[in-house]
Ligand binder design. Structure first.
Ligand code: DGJ
Length: 305
C-alpha cells in the first residue's frame, strides 16, 4: 500500500504494472475516483484505473482501443480507430464527464492520424458506466476549427465547456457544449490570440474560473501561466506566471478539486519523457490560492490527500 503520491517516480498500479494514464483526468463517482488517460502500449488508446484514496490505483480496463466499438453520430466526420494504412491513430488528453440528463459518461479527446498533427480534431466516446468500455462516436473539427490540446469543464449548473488549442495552437478556444455533451453548441471565446497556449486545465474556486496553460514547446516543459475570469464566457485576464520557468519540469494534465471537510485543489501534471514516451511520469502538487485569489504552485516531492 502506498501512503502518499511520490512525484516523478514510476507509478505502478495495485497489480504491480506501470500505470499509463498520461494527459488524463480524474472523475469522481460516489466515493470512487476514476483516472482515465493515454495508454499507447499495444492496441490501447485510453486506460482507466480506480482508487478511493488517490494513492493506490487498481487497473479497471482499457476504455478505448483500436478494436473499440464505434457508433454513428451526427457530428462525426471520421469514425475510424485506425488510419488508412491500418496503423494506430493518435489519441491525446482524454477527459471524461458525467451527463446527469442522459446518464452517460462522455469522453472528449484530441485525435490525430498517428503520423502528424495536421488532423487537429476532437473525438467523442461514451459509456454507460465509469468502468465500462467506451463507444467511439468519431472525430471532427468543431465548426471547422483546428482543435488540439483540450480539456472539459462542467459548471455548477451542469453546463459543460470544451476548451482547446486552435489555429495551429495560436489561440485557445472555449466552446459551450450541447445539453447532451455530444457536440459543440457555440464558440464563446477565442483567447490569447497568437500566444500559443497548450494543455488547458480549469478549476472554479470561490466563484471565479481559473485556467492554467503551458506554452507550446512539444514535449519539453515550459513556464505555466494562469488566467482568471468571473464568468467562463466573460472576459479573461491576461496570462500570469505560476510555478517556476519549467513548472517543475511538468505540463498540466488537469486540476482536481476535492470538496468536503477541507476543500483543496490539486494540480495533476505530466513529466513527459521526450525520448521514451512510455517512461513519462506524473507530478501532483497542491494548488493554493493567496489572499488576493492568485493561484500558487510550489514544488513538493510527495503529496498526501
Ligand atoms: C504537447 C502537448 O501538450 C502534448 O499533449 C502532445 O501533443 C505533445 N505536445 C506533442 O509534441
Amino acid at each position: 500500500m502506498n501512503t502518499c503520491f511520490k512525484n516523478g517516480e514510476i507509478l505502478k498500479d495495485t497489480a504491480g504494472n506501470v500505470l499509463h494514464a498520461h494527459g488524463g483526468c480524474i472523475l469522481q463517482a460516489n466515493d470512487v475516483f476514476y483516472w482515465y488517460g493515454e495508454n499507447r502500449t499495444g492496441n490501447r488508446y485510453v486506460s482507466v484505473y480506480k482508487s478511493t484514496d488517490l494513492v493506490n490505483w487498481e487497473f479497471v480496463r482499457d476504455a478505448l482501443t483500436t478494436e473499440g466499438k464505434t457508433a454513428e453520430h451526427r457530428v462525426k466526420t471520421d469514425l475510424r480507430l485506425l488510419n488508412e494504412d491500418g496503423g494506430k491513430i493518435n489519441i491525446e488528453r482524454p477527459k471524461v464527464i458525467y451527463n446527469k440528463k442522459t446518464g452517460k459518461y462522455v469522453m472528449w479527446m484530441h485525435v490525430e492520424n498517428g503520423k502528424d498533427y495536421r488532423l487537429a480534431a476532437c473525438g467523442i466516446a461514451t459509456a454507460d458506466t465509469p468502468d465500462g468500455e467506451f463507444t467511439y462516436h468519431g472525430c471532427f473539427n468543431p465548426f471547422g476549427y483546428m482543435s488540439r490540446d483540450c480539456t472539459l469543464f462542467v459548471d455548477d449548473d451542469e453546463t459543460a465547456y470544451f476548451i482547446s488549442s486552435s489555429r495551429d495552437n495560436a489561440d485557445m478556444h472555449i466552446y459551450r457544449l450541447t445539453d447532451d455533451y455530444m457536440n459543440t453548441e457555440c464558440l464563446i471565446s477565442k483567447l490569447w490570440q497568437g500566444e500559443y497556449r497548450e494543455a488547458p486545465a480549469l478549476v472554479k474556486h470561490q466563484n471565479r474560473y481559473y485556467m492554467l496553460t503551458s506554452y507550446c514547446t512539444g514535449w519539453a516543459p515550459n513556464q505555466c501561466k494562469y488566467a482568471v475570469a468571473d464568468k467562463i464566457d466573460g472576459k479573461w485576464s491576461t496570462l500570469c506566471n505560476i510555478g517556476d520557468e519549467t513548472t517543475y519540469r511538468t505540463q498540466p494534465a488537469f486540476l482536481l478539486k476535492l470538496t468536503g471537510e477541507k476543500e483543496q485543489t490539486f494540480y495533476f501534471s505530466d513529466r513527459w519523457n521526450a525520448k521514451d514516451y512510455n517512461d513519462s511520469r506524473y507530478v501532483v502538487l497542491p494548488l493554493e490560492f493567496d489572499r488576493n485569489g492568485a493561484p500558487v504552485l510550489n514544488y513538493t516531492d510527495e503529496v498526501r490527500f
